[in-house]
Write a protein that binds this ligand. Sequence first.
Ligand code: ADP
Length: 164
Amino acid sequence: MAAVCVYPGSFDPITVGHLDIIQRAAKLYDTVIVAVLHNPGKQGCFSVEQRMDMIRTACQGLPVQVTCFDGLLMAFMRETGTNVVLRGLRAVSDFEMEFQMAQLNHQLAPEVETLFMMTTPQNAYISSSLVREIGAFGGDISAFIPASIEETVRIHLLNNDCQK
Ligand code: ADP
């Protein structure tokens, strides 16, 4: 049976930190499903379609499938018959929330395991929100964004009001 993991998140937009996790996961799994959370209560800066397109572009050549979901992640896991959730960990500040989510998800779907991958040190401070903030002020985001989507992200951030 092919080994599959699901990497869920906002990816608003995908950063080199996300891409590093995906590249490393691709060495361990036959397929990495990158699942963009469509949160109706939180509009986001890029549309879900834009985020998915950028992930596809950034992940070209990797065994990656890109999709989106709304509602409960555990419902998505059951619908797709997948049982490994992958999450990245940066600082200790990520831990508390991730710990809570993993416990909660285990309660909802005990057959699903949440696995954590540590960020590589040079990506530890990189987040989508930081990229949005720097990009909105016309700052250089090239160190934080995959080169293949940098232009798209740069122009979008300059022309849209989405600093949060
Ligand atoms: P969410 O809103 O679900 O946290 P994100 O897109 O911010 O969505 O993050 C998705 C996942 O990627 C999370 O597990 C997050 O901790 C991880 N992640 C984000 N940035 C990095 C990074 N620089 N290095 C490693 N993991 C990261």
